[in-house]
Design a protein around this ligand. Structure first.
Ligand SMILES: Nc1nc2c(c(=O)[nH]1)N[C@H]1C(S)=C(S)[C@@H](COP(=O)(O)OP(=O)(O)OC[C@H]3O[C@@H](n4cnc5c(=O)[nH]c(N)nc54)[C@H](O)[C@@H]3O)O[C@H]1N2
Ligand SMILES: Nc1nc2c(c(=O)[nH]1)N[C@H]1C(S)=C(S)[C@@H](COP(=O)(O)OP(=O)(O)OC[C@H]3O[C@@H](n4cnc5c(=O)[nH]c(N)nc54)[C@H](O)[C@@H]3O)O[C@H]1N2
Ligand SMILES: [Mo]
Length: 828
């Protein structure tokens, strides 16, 4: 056994050697050379055996036979709830649609200065050598930087990439762009675009990514649990780092607890079914009205906590004036709400009383804030919870993250590993300071405005009290995301995508986004490289080694290598890599945790032993963390522990927002009619479309695996249709259906069901966009990509979040023969 220090020394020696050796000025990848030099140490591949790795969908045990992954399964069992995503790793690695080689779109290769942008997505691909591709990207990026400056280069590159703190493609892209002159970035995300901007005004924190009142407390104290627009049995399959899988365990306990559980959702979710919960099905986008009807009910019945409202909240009286229609003469009572949300008055009142009379925990998901005026639902939910007055009490109040990344699973007392960074930790030796960071993402706009930004350079956008000017983007570099799956109104995005001169994408597969690029760099899966991650974004439960399981497929390269080689073309290789190989970075990230443990009286192995063991390190939660109650400090002493809002209290009325003077987001929670909904006059289409997160995918990830066979209907992406609606349209279970509106059309396979509110249809996000005719405008998507139909409008001027759950569509039975899918094959 070699001593780790020896190895570290030899790393340094090798690195120093390479900096001095002239032949390395060629494109030869130094990072890989370094890696191969140390591979005898511990990075050699397993030929036959088992390798532990991790994905967003948890720790996985991979069985390897003759250097091939032949089986993928959960590494551990935490509950009886099965995670369908964990079994398809081999399908991903050996997918038919892997990008094998660097590819350049023919017209772009012919003349990058006049690249026939209209042909994007419908041109021939030409294979080029890796060296040539690197040189081409570097040359064209330099050209854009010279002609258009930092503002011309977009690298916002939103997306869910793969797990791993080292090979974090988006961060690596940003690091590279920062080192070479900056880039246009984005702010916010698609997940909680509205809530993460409004919540700081209301609660002083973003709230959506915060630890929740601990599950043991909920199980002990809550009498009623309301799952409001959430589907944790689906959404807890994954986490941003890697799921710790304990959320399922607690939902199992919740089921057994016998508590009253209510699911409020237009769809009777698998969570609702599993928990045997009561199902309340509002019309999409109308929850705010229902909550207002509840508050009115409680005020009339004198069932509210006056002292909570006066001591802990700000501006309730002004909201009350609105509720009672002081100005608009509309009293927002249960009868009023009932007409909007489609829940009868009696039920609204009954629920309001039930919530007040019992210790009630509202667990809300994010689907309802991904809608026009999406700022309102959570603001109104906080208002309802304030009226009830249980915020900060064990098992009471609200939580906006029980459905995500195992919120509520107690935080462990452990150490946290480091990770690749885009903008810090650059040795002063290279920069004489951090001046090279200054241009980093100085120009950023709200992430879901991408199509608007590309189409309207120079346009000024209102955003949370500020003005943002869209830059003129001429170069896009995208890694680790799939905008042609995730962005709303894809047909408009296609138009917008024609604006820039150059589009580069690093991808593993021929996704719709890769197909819309000029230069495509083949990227490794996380199973073809070494990495490290933690599990549990809130619990920090495990540190997991992610050992390379198989060799890199075809000419696929790690994003780290691609950007290292590009960095070289800009003479910033040292700055970008700090002369470290991936395994050296991984060791460093691990040691950050190791050093923390030294001060904590915890013992974890040295890196080398950890890496060799092929086992996770698991931390434990101390008792006090199992008893955590969100906002209990604030409740105990609001003077000593004020919130981060201007008043230090929960702002039901916000003077900050009042000053912004927006017509689409007022200073208190407001019922606004969405731009498309079932209750509107002159409806342009018949059905409300919701597009929740997929049960058997992570967004678009895994759509190209055999898992698809388990959920596809007549080989199409499913669409859920209410039984009566289907009957009226002559649609039967298993029929192929055309779904359409003025923005576009898709094919989907019908699931006829009573589990969906009448008038609503449901298509999960993430099916790969597969146009029938690539040359045709607004072509039919034969693989059911729902974002062909959704609307690309901001939630409001406040947050500019996406409004993907606000759309109306028509449906009809598709009587022609459904065309064969082409999207999961190699392009020509
Ligand atoms: N209609 C509708 N649309 C939505 C939503 C909705 O609810 N409804 N939800 C929105 C939300 S919340 C989100 S977060 C987005 C998600 O949108 P995305 O995050 O864009 O979706 P993913 O399918 O996860 O895309 C990740 C891509 O990264 C690639 N990838 C994985 N690992 C690597 C790597 O190591 N290197 C490189 N270069 N590439 C890699 C994968 O192959 C995949 O194509 O979708 C949004 N869109
Ligand atoms: N398996 C799996 N898990 C995931 C993901 C995935 O793609 N696959 N994505 C992850 C990511 S990035 C995110 S952001 C989260 C998303 O987490 P969420 O945003 O909470 O998930 P969604 O499925 O979009 O929405 C949750 C529920 O809201 C309901 N809903 C929609 N509109 C309304 C409404 O107007 N009123 C009410 N009451 N309910 C409504 C939907 O029917 C759905 O059941 O999930 C994460 N977890
Ligand atoms: Mo998300």
């Amino acid at each position: 056994m070699k001593n780790i220090n020896q190895n570290r020394r030899s790393f340094i020696k090798i690195a120093a050697l390479f900096t001095a050796v002239p032949f390395l000025d060629s494109i030869t990848n130094r990072a890989e050379l370094l890696a191969s030099t140390i591979s005898s140490f511990s990075t050699s591949l397993v030929k036959n055996g088992e390798v532990l790795t991790a994905a967003h969908w948890g720790m996985l045990k991979l069985t390897i036979k003759n250097s091939k992954v032949i089986k993928s399964e959960p590494y551990q069992k935490t509950s009886d709830i099965k995670n369908s995503l964990q079994y398809y790793t081999d399908d991903l690695i050996y997918a038919k649609d892997r990008i094998k080689y660097p590819m350049v779109r023919k017209s772009y290769l012919d003349n990058p200065d006049d690249p026939k942008r209209d042909l994007r997505g419908n041109d021939k691909w030409v294979r080029v050598s890796y060296e040539k591709a690197i040189k081409l990207i570097a040359k064209e990026l330099k050209k854009t930087r010279k002609e258009k400056g930092t503002k011309g280069v977009f690298a916002g590159s939103y997306g869910w990439k793969s797990s791993g703190n080292m090979h974090n493609s988006r961060v690596l892209l940003h690091r590279f762009m920062t080192a070479t002159g900056g880039f246009v970035g984005t702010v916010g995300d698609y997940s909680t675009g509205a809530s993460q901007v409004i919540m700081p005004h209301v609660l002083g924190t973003i709230e959506v990514y915060e630890q929740q009142t601990s599950w043991p407390v909920v199980l002990e104290h809550s009498k009623v649990v309301v799952i409001w627009g959430a589907n944790p049995l689906t959404t807890l399959k994954i986490a941003w780092s890697s799921t710790d899988e304990n959320g399922f365990k607690y939902f199992e306990k919740l089921k057994k607890s016998g508590k009253k559980i209510i699911c409020i959702d237009p769809y009777k979710t698998e969570t609702c079914e599993y928990l045997d919960a009561r199902w309340i099905a509002p019309i999409p986008n109308t929850d705010v009205s229902m909550m207002m009807g509840m508050v009115h009910t409680l005020l009339e019945a004198k069932k509210y906590d006056e002292s909570f409202l006066s001591e802990y909240t700000e501006g309730f009286e002004k909201f009350k004036d609105y509720l009672y229609g002081k100005e608009d003469k509309i009293v927002k009572d249960a009868a009023w709400a009932s007409k909007i949300c489609g829940i009868d008055e009696k039920t609204i009142k009954e629920l309001a009383n039930l919530f007040y009379d019992n210790r009630t925990m509202f667990m809300s998901g994010w689907g309802m804030q991904r809608a026009h005026h999406g700022e309102q639902p959570h603001w109104m939910l906080v208002t309802l919870a304030s009226v009830i007055g249980q915020i900060g009490l064990p098992g009471g109040g609200f939580g906006l993250s029980y459905h995500y990344s195992n919120g509520g699973v107690p935080t462990t007392k452990g150490a946290i590993i480091g990770g690749m960074t885009s903008n810090i930790e650059v040795s002063k030796k290279y920069t004489g300071g951090s001046s090279w960071l200054e241009n980093a993402a100085k120009y950023a706009f709200p992430v879901a405005r991408i199509a608007d930004a590309l189409l309207n350079p120079g346009k000024k956008l209102d955003f949370n009290g500020k003005k943002v000017t869209y830059p003129e983007i001429d170069f896009i570099y995208w890694v680790g995301g799939n905008p042609f799956s995730h962005h709303q109104d894809i047909n408009t995005l296609i138009k917008a995508w024609k604006k820039p001169r150059t589009i580069v994408v690093n991808e593993i597969f021929w996704t719709p986004t890769a197909r819309m690029a000029d230069i495509v760099m083949p990227t490794t899966t996380s199973y073809e490289r070494n990495d490290i991650t933690m599990t549990g974004d809130y619990s920090n439960l495990n540190i997991v080694p992610m050992k390379q399981a198989v060799k890199k497929q075809f000419e696929a390269k790690d994003d780290y290598q691609i950007f290292s080689d590009l960095a070289k073309e800009f003479n910033v290789f040292d700055k970008f890599t700090q002369n470290k190989t991936d395994i050296q970075w991984i060791e460093e990230f691990y040691n950050q945790a190791y050093n923390q443990t030294l001060k904590m009286n915890l013992k974890i192995p040295k890196f080398k032993d950890f890496w060799k063991a092929n086992k996770p390190i698991t931390f434990e939660a101390p008792f006090e963390n199992t008893q955590f109650v969100r906002y209990s400090d604030f409740r105990e002493d609001p003077i000593l522990n004020p919130l981060g809002t201007p008043s230090g209290k929960i702002e039901i009325y916000s003077k900050t927002i009042e000053k912004m003077n927006y017509d689409d987001c007022k200073a208190h929670p407001t019922w606004f009619e969405p731009s498309e909904w079932l209750g509107m006059k002159d409806k342009k289409a018949e059905f409300a479309l919701i597009s929740p997160h997929p049960r058997h995918r992570l967004h678009s990830q895994l759509n190209n695996t055999s898992l698809r066979d388990k959920y596809a209907i007549s080989n199409r992406e499913p669409i859920w249709i209410n039984t009566e609606d289907a009957k009226a349209k002559g649609i039967k279970n298993g029929d192929v259906v055309r779904v359409f509106n003025k923005r576009g059309e898709i094919l989907a396979g019908a699931i006829v069901t009573n589990n969906l509110k009448k008038g609503v249809v449901r298509v999960q996000e993430g099916a790969w966009y597969n146009p029938l005719d690539k040359a045709q405008k607004n072509s039919l998507c034969i693989n059911g990509s729902v974002n062909i139909l959704t609307k690309d409008i901001p939630t409001s001027k406040l947050a500019n979040g996406n409004s993907s759950n606000t759309a109306l569509v028509n449906i009809e039975k598709y009587t022609k023969k459904a065309p064969d899918l082409t999207i999961f094959k190699q392009p020509s």
